[in-house]
Design a binder for this molecule. Structure first.
Ligand code: IPM
Ligand code: MG
Length: 347
């Protein structure tokens, strides 16, 4: 059970520290953690946001626990040297194509949602975002047209096998939940989406027990705030999934609570909070480490099949929340390490 721990930038190191304490507390004998540099901090030390040494650690690991990357100071760097390339590079290099982003409201926290409490309480959604294709990884650049104007371009593509494998992940997840899969696309405008939809329909014949629907992404954004209880599993492309999962986090109450898994075929996965590096609050011991701690629970579950330990962590987090332990993101005043202490005490 070799876990690569990549803390990264901003609040990453603080929230990772608490997640590592939680994992240590479980005293799993076979589990070994190895640290590596990513993001702006890696760039400063080694001249690259995803150094070869880090990639080697990642490849030799069974799972990765990831903090966050991003730093305003790096906005002027060439794109391939920016901190975000660390996470994008790991996703691509390790073929972490299936991003699971669960969103569920904790009882008692419905008041924190930007939706009405009774609407918030109906949310129990699993967003499955394709993570290695789409406009993120297509040909891109800024070119000068013949008339001298600059033009930016990012090409959106999905090959049918890329759609097929993420569709299977979606259907299987729906089978294990409430049996509903909603595929989100923009087939009324985009050819890429038309192929996406056609392939999802083809795959659906293997899952007659799953109720499949198709919703256009603009409508999905609307339905997500209007009647989120209608969604069980959502499967969508990289770009739409990026946007909808941030939206879902606010419906739940705080982005500081949402964990995620990025899975390859099999059990290799990278686990990270869905929030970013929040440089404005970094180093102040005020970031909420819960999303990262919950990501550690997902790691134990999905990469190592340690369901009991995963649930122990999730129960400890839920109980800390129920007892009113809240960070600033949830209107409370508990600091990063105090939240870690509270969760350790409940393990
Ligand atoms: C996410 C983030 C990343 C993304 C950034 C940091 C590259 O927003 O994981 O949602 O766009 O995928
Ligand atoms: Mg995002």
């Amino acid at each position: 059970m070799k876990v690569a721990v990549f803390a990264g930038d901003g609040i990453g190191p603080e929230v990772i520290e608490q997640a590592v304490r939680v994992i240590d507390k479980l005293s799993i004998k076979e589990l070994e953690m190895v640290e590596g540099d990513v993001g702006a901090s890696a760039y400063r030390k080694h001249g690259h946001p995803l150094p070869q040494a880090t990639l080697d650690i990642a490849r030799s690991a069974d799972a990765i626990l990831f903090g966050s990357v991003g730093d305003f100071d790096c906005d002027d760097l060439e794109r391939h040297l920016r901190p975000e390339q660390a996470i994008l590079g790991l996703r691509k290099e390790l073929d972490l194509f299936a991003n699971l982003r669960p969103a569920k409201v904790y009882a008692g926290l419905e008041e924190m949602s930007s939706l009405r409490p009774e609407v918030a309480l109906s949310i129990d959604i699993l967003i499955i975002r394709e993570l290695t294709g789409d406009v993120y990884f297509g040909e891109k650049g800024i070119r000068t047209l013949d008339d001298g104007r600059r033009q930016g371009y990012d090409i959106m593509t999905y090959a049918e096998d890329e759609v097929r494998r993420i569709a299977h992940v979606g259907f299987k997840a729906a089978q294990g939940r409430r049996g509903k899969l909603c595929s989100v696309d923009k087939a009324n405008v985009l050819e890429t989406s038309q192929l996406w939809r056609d392939v999802v329909i083809e795959v659906s014949s293997e899952y007659p027990d799953v109720e499949l629907s198709h919703v256009l992404v603009d409508n999905a954004a609307m339905q997500l705030v209007k009647e989120p209880g209608q969604f069980d599993v959502i499967v969508t492309g990289n770009m739409f999934g990026d946007i909808l999962s941030d939206q879902a986090s606010m419906c739940v109450g705080s982005i500081g609570l949402l964990a995620s898994a990025a899975m390859a075929e099999g059990t290799m996965g990278l686990y990270e909070p869905i929030h970013g590096s929040a440089p404005d609050i970094a180093g102040k011991n005020i970031a909420n480490p819960m999303a990262t701690i919950l990501s550690a629970a997902m790691l134990l579950r999905h990469s190592f099949g340690r369901e009991a330990e995963a649930q122990r962590i999730e129960t400890a987090v839920a109980s800390a929340l129920a007892d009113g332990i809240r960070g600033g993101d949830l209107g409370g005043s508990a600091g990063t390490s105090a939240i870690g202490d509270a969760i350790l005490a409940r393990l």
